[in-house]
Design a binder for this molecule. Structure first.
Ligand code: SAM
Length: 246
């Protein structure tokens, strides 16, 4: 999978793309992530990437020209090939006005060969970018961040861990939260007794059927308590262990 990121703050990505699973996947070439500075495609002495909003109002808005130029140039498309670009690349604008990202959409994006993520700043991005360059508008949640970079990192992390070869043990993806419409059951590790706080007996029993039953019960109880909205959605009646991300 290839992901191109467009930002005016490329430095934000350096450390997250070097560390952990993602860093290893990049080193091994399982995923190819390229971060582009939108300012490199801005015109004029000051390479201006923002301007005042038409109609007035606070703050600045990101100009369309540098974003179009950055995407077309880096991906190798001409102006008259905008439609083909959108057929071949999923071009996603990060915005709180977008469709909220959920695991089902993450799975869909993980099957794409090529994503492009456009990060906004200031009051947002000139709407013509969304109308004529993007295939999707994506929000990471109902809150406002100062920039799309953090949202892009959320998308990159959530999506790439589903790409085969990124997470070593694929089994761990099958039981985790949202996979079966439920949140995950509680996890414990050694020591079995920490300051008198004991791990539930059943997990030490070696009885796999009893452990599975306990986990399914806990997953349902926890989901009922924390996210009742998930219950009743497709897949929530299923045993989380039976849901394979493939
Ligand atoms: N004025 C905008 C509004 O009210 O919808 C908010 C702009 S925000 C301060 C600047 C940038 O951060 C946005 O253009 C977007 O790229 C990013 N951003 C902020 N919150 C986000 C979210 N929940 N999901 C995705 N991107 C977000």
């Amino acid at each position: 999978m290839r992901i191109d990121v467009y930002t005016i703050f490329p430095g934000i990505f350096s450390s997250p793309l070097r560390e952990g699973l993602l860093g290893k996947a990049l080193q091994r070439g399982v995923v190819d992530i390229r971060v582009h500075d939108i300012r490199d495609y801005a015109q004029g002495k000051h390479r201006q990437v923002d301007d005042v909003p038409f109609g007035g109002g606070p703050g600045m808005v990101m100009k369309p020209e540098p974003i179009f130029e950055a995407v077309l140039n880096t991906l190798g498309y001409r102006w008259e090939e905008l439609d083909r670009l959108k057929e071949e690349v999923r071009v996603i604008l990060l915005t709180p006005r977008g469709r909220r990202l959920e695991q089902s959409w993450v799975k869909e994006l993980a099957e794409e060969e090529h994503l492009a993520l456009i990060c906004g700043r200031y009051e947002g991005v000139d709407e013509r970018v969304l109308e004529h360059l993007c295939t999707d508008a994506l929000s990471v949640g109902d809150y406002v961040l100062s920039g799309g970079e953090f949202a892009a990192l959320v998308v990159i992390d959530a999506v790439t861990r589903l790409v085969p070869g990124v997470v070593g043990n694929r089994e761990s993806l099958q039981e985790e939260s949202f996979s079966g419409g439920l949140l995950e059951y509680p996890q414990y590790t050694r020591p079995a007794d920490y300051r008198g706080w004991k791990v539930p007996e059943v997990l030490l029993s070696g009885n796999h059927a009893a452990i599975a039953e306990w986990r399914a019960k806990k997953a349902r109880e926890w989901t009922e308590r924390q996210r009742p909205d998930l219950l009743g959605q497709r897949g929530s009646n299923e045993d989380p262990r039976e849901n394979d991300p493939d």
